[in-house]
Design a protein around this ligand. Sequence first.
Ligand SMILES: [Zn+2]
Length: 281
Amino acid sequence: MSYSWPEGKRAAFVFSVDVDIESPMLWRMRGQEIRGFGELEQRRYGERVGLKRLLALQAELGIKASYYVPGYEAEQYDWILPTLQGQGHEVGLHGYYHELVNQLSPAENAEVLDKSIAVFEKQLGVTPKGYRSPAWELTQELPEQLKERGVVYDSSLMGYDHPYTVNGLTEIPVQWLLDDAIYFKFSGGGLDKWYPPSPYMVLESWLEEWEAIYETGGLFMLTVHPWVSGKGQRIRMLRRLVEEVQGRSDVWLATAQELAEHHQGSANSFEVSLTPPDTRF
Ligand SMILES: [Zn+2]
């Protein structure tokens, strides 16, 4: 059984952006003094340059994206949320300090959600409908905790390559293959063990995946980060990718929230429950 998209559409494409600036580094270094500015400046480039280049590219191509913003970044750089909303993009939750949810207790995860939602409500006057967990991890409790707070979908898991339902919450899946960080993130200082590949190599891989997803009627969830993909050669590569996708008239270019709304009102029934396997052997 294949996934049913809106009338006349064969596959979907979402341009998603995870606005991780300093927060993942702050979480990693919590409790320690940060004395070096090398990685911090690379990350701050994302706010100063990369994010603006991505916004300009999306305006040029006429597409609305889904942005996931850690609460810390939204408070630190308070132009971000109102600007994204003002330009018609979707904004969703992405932790406060980009915390890894499986390292926190359910009560601590609830606290992070409440603290982050408060920032969105204060700056935008609305509760976000979407959630993407930092580093794409999810606990058994989170779907219920998100629903209790008015969040209608998660976008962190990889169980299908089209929307499905997890513990009663709509899931708009992601995949590592289509994440810029695994190819291009290079912080230096011995943290990364490989050199960043040519954008042509990544474009070739992404176009091959796009052809396969189009053939099977799935979702192409592109995920980029402003400090990683805001570099000139990668912006040029992203333009080529989107232009290729836009060359077909039966592709639904939409936000993750629009996909979630479609999924909830459709007959697509792919439901799974997050239950841990028994490890007492
Ligand atoms: Zn992230």
